[in-house]
Design a protein around this ligand. Structure first.
Ligand code: NAG
Ligand code: NAG
Ligand code: NAG
Length: 489
């Protein structure tokens, strides 16, 4: 075989096979990488960050979105190969907008420090979290653009601007319309949105949006329930030549139309948050969450796209959320603490195929629980005087499952009391004094859970600054005092 022939053969192989190989690879990579998760940490009972990273790996999740650069979380992600979107809280926008020193420092401490070999694959920095939310009444609005400009400069100085992209996750309330094709940004946001989108386009960043059909259903009793899901609807929305069968597509295309209106109809879109809660409200339950999330994932991975972007699904979808966060504010509703596809302790709530290779979710391994014991109402006491104790317990601990529509709503008056006592007791790391309640509480070793209503047992790693000292020190002291007392008598 002469040189030319060999070369020809090789060339033929390269051309044809490489192309198909690339096609296979790219479709594989595409399907493999579309679904990520939000990892929030506002919880009384925190899993160790390394346990959560193992959980992500076991479930083949390769993309994670963080709300801030917490050092212990960042450390756990080092060397994991997981792609990270790291967030900057809204409260920091003012200082980042007014000082390049502040933005340089932020980039140095929360990005540069972690990049490089064996570090974290930081792909995006989310500047603020829904800073234009209408309920903030514009308080962060003027900081967003200057903060972006400062941070872009700081990234450039750190030689990271080509790789790490700035984004601004927006709530879907940034735009509105009855029909998707009429979509437009809220009039008061028109100017800042035009600046923002043009800037994102310049630096090659996508538009990040959070879409919540659950909130549409929750906030509007006229909203047709089947339109929130992906199973076919009797309430399809006809918009000129286009027909919408689910709220997600309708919402997505409203954004596409709004972007189009300001000249950026082709801008790539990432879904920063989307999901369904499982507890704390009517319509927030395991079945609905499973049906919604599975329907969403299948819909996105089918690559069908939407009527305004046929065949072009969103770039990435970050499910909200990975874990329940029992210490979140319940201002939006009691469901706010129950968005996780896993409960606070990393246990799968329902069967879900993320489309990443596993047919089902895998539970967290090596979770370190407190001992199997619970605090309940003492049946041999008169519980008529318990109101204040319940208020105290539920004022700090999480009792949202007791709400109307919640998984523990039907457990009766005594059940309510026990649930409240136990939540508080676990929050206090099972400190025995925390189950006293003036003699109305007692510790039991029998799991008081009934049906779907689960009485939790805490995990050993707590994160709540106000409780940490109490939790870390109260137990040893109680044990020491108790040991001393036993020794003396
Ligand atoms: C880095 O991020 C953390 C978490 O949001 C924040 O507390 C810290 O102030 C940031 N560092 C700088 C220098 O801004
Ligand atoms: C769960 O929620 C859905 C709507 O979100 C509702 O149709 C269904 O009846 C609920 N199921 C239960 C068991 O409450
Ligand atoms: C238990 O508490 C919930 C939430 O406060 C309440 O809706 C429910 O009626 C209570 N149940 C009883 C039997 O008091």
């Amino acid at each position: 075989m002469n040189q030319t022939k060999m070369f020809e053969l090789r060339a033929r192989f390269t051309a044809a096979d490489l192309l198909s190989l690339l096609l296979i690879l790219s479709s594989y990579l595409k399907a493999e990488s579309a679904i990520g998760v939000n990892w929030g940490t506002i919880s009384f009972h925190r899993l160790k960050p390394s346990t959560v990273v193992d959980l992500l790996n076991d479930n083949r999740v390769q993309k994670v979105k963080l709300f801030e650069a917490e050092p212990d979380v960042m450390k756990a992600l080092m060397g994991s190969g997981i792609q990270v979107m790291v967030g900057i809280p809204n409260e920091m926008l003012a200082s980042l907008s007014s000082s390049t020193l502040a933005s340089d420092l932020w980039v140095r401490q929360n990005v540069s420090r972690y990049t490089g070999k064996g570090g974290i694959d930081i792909r995006y920095v989310a500047v603020g979290n829904e800073p234009f939310l209408s309920s903030y009444s514009g308080q962060y609005e003027s900081y967003v653009m200057p903060a972006l400009l400062n941070l872009q400069q700081s990234l450039a100085k750190a030689n990271l601007a080509g790789y790490v992209k700035l984004v601004v996750p927006c709530n879907a309330d940034a735009y509105e319309s009855d029909l998707p094709s009429q979509g437009a940004f809220r009039p008061e946001l028109a100017q800042v949105m035009t600046q923002l989108v043009s800037f994102l386009n310049t630096i090659g960043s996508p538009f990040v949006v959070n879409i919540y059909p659950f909130l549409s259903l929750y906030g509007n009793s006229d909203f047709p329930q089947d339109y929130a899901f992906f199973e076919g609807t009797t309430h399809a929305v006809t918009d000129g030549p286009n027909v919408y069968y689910n709220a997600f597509d309708g919402n997505f295309d409203t954004l596409v139309a709004a972007l189009n209106k300001i000249g950026y109809g082709q801008m790539p879109i990432v879904i920063g948050e989307v999901g369904w809660p499982t507890d704390g409200a009517i319509g927030a339950n395991l079945t609905a969450a499973r049906v919604f999330n599975q329907g969403l994932i299948n819909h996105v991975l089918s690559n069908k796209g939407t009527p305004l972007r046929p065949g072009v699904p969103p770039m990435d979808i970050y499910l909200f959320s990975l874990l329940d966060e029992g210490a979140k504010s319940i201002l939006p509703g009691a469901f706010e603490r129950h968005w996780g596809i896993f409960s606070f302790d990393g246990q799968a709530k329902y069967p879900l195929n993320l489309g990443l290779g596993n047919r089902l979710l895998k539970n967290a391994k090596n979770v370190q629980y407190l001992p199997s014991r619970w605090c309940v109402a003492n049946p041999s006491t008169d519980l008529s005087d318990v109101t204040n104790h319940m208020k105290l317990a539920c004022g700090v601990a999480d009792c949202t499952t007791l709400n109307y529509g919640g998984s523990c709503n039907g457990i009766g008056a005594k059940g309510n009391i026990s649930y409240a006592f136990n939540s508080y007791y676990q929050l206090q790391m099972q400190n025995s004094q925390s189950c006293d309640f003036d003699g109305l509480g007692m510790v039991t070793f029998l799991d008081p859970s009934v049906g779907d209503c689960r009485f939790l047992v805490g995990v050993t790693d707590v994160k709540s600054s106000s409780f940490r000292p109490v939790c870390r020190w109260a137990i040893p002291w109680v044990l020491i005092l108790w040991g001393f007392w036993v020794f003396v008598i």
